[in-house]
Design a protein around this ligand. Structure first.
Ligand code: XMP
Length: 321
């Protein structure tokens, strides 16, 4: 029978058998999946685990600080923070194809983990990499029975072929709601467990078009406003996640102040879902949508139009890329 205690015991035993007395690293994203995977591995092998948080420059406002502070405070896990923004942004320069972006990001993550592992290793090599891969990630990357590749999740189909780490993926058969239950059972704080999912490739797959610092900065501001207003309205738990997307290669004519503007649209994509395999667009109150729209067009230079995505999944996916 499925109880969180059973799953934890079973996974802890498996992790110990796989890892033995070797050192392990875990890529922490700030999201619930990698946090729970790390907590499980920590329970299994304690200080043999070091978590690595990669700041790839594609994060939302405040995210890096949150991981550095909250996660360590909650778990006592050893954490190494790597600032890799230049490296990721250089590798992504000019790239517009979504699968290409995902593969570049998957590869760069591994290269950063390899470098971090060399620094962390106190004896021999770090052979194991923990990832918070869930069952839906595997299915959508074409790894499940009879499934097509819809998109290559950066930590599954986006991994480089010459990967030297053995993967430790204790959540690979689980869905998000189960992972949240495990997280609570493992003592992670509610705020961490109930965070909205955020994809490893970050804001790169929420900019339709090439990614650069300026565009990231625009999107970060718009995203921050949307999150702030959703929370202020007390609606965080009413939506599964709330991507905000910048259509960086589209411009439309507007009128702002006394004059004509010719700026970019931003898409609001709030969705409701059980497991991200299917989703529906969230019927957020119009006054909340209106506040977000007014604030984004007033506060974010270069954005003069806000649109609402009213597509379910299928046929749309949650993310635009
Ligand atoms: P889609 O866009 O396929 O997204 O409907 C389903 C869920 O997965 C997240 N997502 C990702 N998460 N790496 C991740 O860690 C990825 O490459 C990736 N692509 C999508 C997405 O945010 C949603 O929760």
């Amino acid at each position: 029978t499925w109880t969180p205690e059973n799953i934890i015991d079973e996974q802890v035993a498996r992790i110990r058998a796989q890892v033995g007395d070797k050192e392990v690293i875990c890529g922490l994203s700030g999201g619930v999946d990698s946090a729970v995977a790390a907590a499980l591995v920590h329970r299994a092998v304690g200080d043999q685990l070091t978590c690595v948080f990669v700041d790839h420059g594609l994060l939302r406002a405040g995210e890096a600080e949150q991981v550095e502070k909250d996660y360590v405070a909650a778990t006592g896990i050893k954490l190494k923070v790597v600032d890799a923004a230049d490296r990721f942004l250089d590798a992504l320069a000019g790239v517009t194809d979504p699968e290409q972006k995902r593969k570049i990001i998957g590869r760069e993550f591994i290269r950063v983990f390899e470098a971090a592992a060399r620094e962390i290793a106190s004896h021999g090599d770090v052979e194991f990499l923990v990832q918070g891969t869930l069952y839906p990630d595997v299915v959508e990357s074409g790894g499940g029975p009879g499934t097509a590749n819809i998109k290559s999740h950066h930590n599954v189909g986006g991994l480089p072929e010459d990967l030297k780490f053995a993967l430790v993926e204790p959540l690979r058969t689980l869905f998000k709601d189960e992972v949240r239950t495990l997280g609570l059972q493992l003592g992670l704080p509610e705020a961490m467990v109930w965070r909205h999912p955020f994809p490893g490739p970050g804001l790169a797959i929420r900019i339709v078009g090439a990614v650069d610092r300026e565009r990231l900065d625009l999107l970060r501001q718009a995203d921050f406003i949307a999150r702030q207003e959703l929370s202020a309205a007390g609606l965080d738990r009413d939506v599964w996640q709330f991507p905000v997307v910048l259509l960086a290669d589209v411009r439309s004519v507007g009128v702002q102040g006394d004059g004509r503007s010719y700026g970019h649209p931003v898409v609001l994509r709030p969705v409701s879902s059980e497991d991200a395999m299917t989703a529906d667009w969230s019927r957020l109150p119009y006054d909340v949508i209106a506040r977000i729209s007014t604030r984004i067009t007033n506060e974010v230079a270069e954005v003069n139009r806000v649109v609402l995505d009213v597509t379910s999944k299928p046929p749309g996916t949650i993310e635009w890329e």
